[in-house]
Design a protein around this ligand. Structure first.
Ligand SMILES: NC(=O)C[C@H](N)C(=O)O
Length: 337
């Protein structure tokens, strides 16, 4: 009977990378003071015995770090392992446990480069497993439930936090002290309740199997950096980033990606020297940057990030620049993904 049950269940691999979901604090009262990336994947799985009721789960430790320390090389390593597993006949879905600080970046990266329809779900937690009302167990259970569900196929990389199913493209960490931490300007795609998913929306942007990018063809990512716009800003950071070797600078601009008159000449100069300038917005919910609004992008040969926040714009710029150095191509890619 047990064998028959196992045959019916989906095979889900949990790739663990660290983060608070693998964190531990000194006392149950420590919900914010703790060390991330302490528990191994086997302990995470053993902590949620109910996983065995919804999937045949096995774990792999890909790395063990807090997500603020994730590098481009780490992204490539994780991305390549996900691609290998997605090609394997006996894998139906993949869950990635991840710190929440850069979870939105990794989820978007995978959304761009994994050529598969199989569910890929990225999940984290806001409290360590040792804390009262820890959220990691339920988030992980929900992630495995969504990764096991045939309905999750072809919907791009997903994020399950706080009972919501979010698009890995749209979602962003919006609050850092609540378990309701992840928001998307365009709303969640669905809900997951007691292991069952309820879907309401589909992503309109290109992703995964329909993407022109393939992790198997990417061996390194170009350096792309971000500089922040604010009152009284100077051009020092922008120039320093270019001097440090940035191939593109994301302008984390005020409002609709507006650029201070003190910074405009430096950005025009950088562009003349071959650095791509990409205007994004650092407004918290729903930045929306349009070409030639606020700045003459056609004249300056700059690119706009549209609704992508600066950290997501960095991911797309890096991936796109593995294929093209042409600003018009870059802009097309920013509209399509
Ligand atoms: N909640 C978290 O996971 C935060 C942690 N600093 C991380 O991103 O790894």
């Amino acid at each position: 009977k047990e064998v028959a049950q196992q045959q019916k269940l989906a095979n889900v691999v949990i790739l663990a990378t660290g983060g608070t979901i693998a964190g531990a604090g000194a006392s149950a009262a420590n919900s914010a003071t703790y060390q991330a990336a302490k528990l191994g994947v086997d302990k995470l799985i053993a902590g949620v015995p109910e996983l065995a009721d919804i999937a045949n789960v096995r774990g792999e430790q890909v790395m063990q770090i807090a997500s603020e320390s994730i590098s481009n090389d780490d992204l490539l390593k994780l991305g390549k392992r996900v691609a290998e597993l997605a090609e394997s006949k006996d894998v139906d879905g993949i869950v990635i446990t991840h710190g929440t600080d850069t979870l939105e970046e990794t989820a978007y990266f995978l959304n761009l480069v994994e050529k598969t329809d199989k569910p890929i779900v990225v999940v984290g937690s806001m409290r360590p497993g040792t804390a009262m009302s820890a959220d990691g167990m339920l988030n992980l259970y929900n992630a495995v439930a969504v990764a096991s569900d045939k309905q999750s196929r072809g919907k791009g990389v997903l994020v399950t936090m706080n009972d919501e199913i979010q698009s890995g493209r749209d979602v962003s960490k919006a609050v850092n002290i609540k378990t309701e931490a992840f928001k998307s300007a365009w709303g969640p795609m669905g809900m997951v309740v007691e292991g069952k998913s309820y879907w309401f929306r589909l992503p309109a942007k290109r992703h995964t199997a329909n993407s022109e990018f393939d992790i198997k063809q990417i061996s390194s990512l170009p350096q792309v950096d971000i500089a922040y716009g604010y009152g009284n800003v100077t051009d020092t950071a922008y120039k320093a980033l270019a001097q440090g070797g940035a191939k593109a600078v994301i302008h984390a601009g005020t409002g609709n990606g507006s650029v201070s008159s003190r910074v405009v000449p430096a950005l025009q100069e950088l562009r003349k020297n071959g650095v791509q300038i990409i205007r994004s917005s650092h407004v918290n919910q729903g930045g929306f940057v349009l070409r030639n609004a606020e700045q003459p992008d056609d004249k300056n040969d700059w690119v706009v990030a549209h609704d992508l926040n600066p950290q997501k714009a960095r991911i797309l710029a890096m991936v796109a620049m593995t294929k093209t150095q042409d600003s018009k191509e870059l802009q097309r890619i920013f509209w399509e993904y």
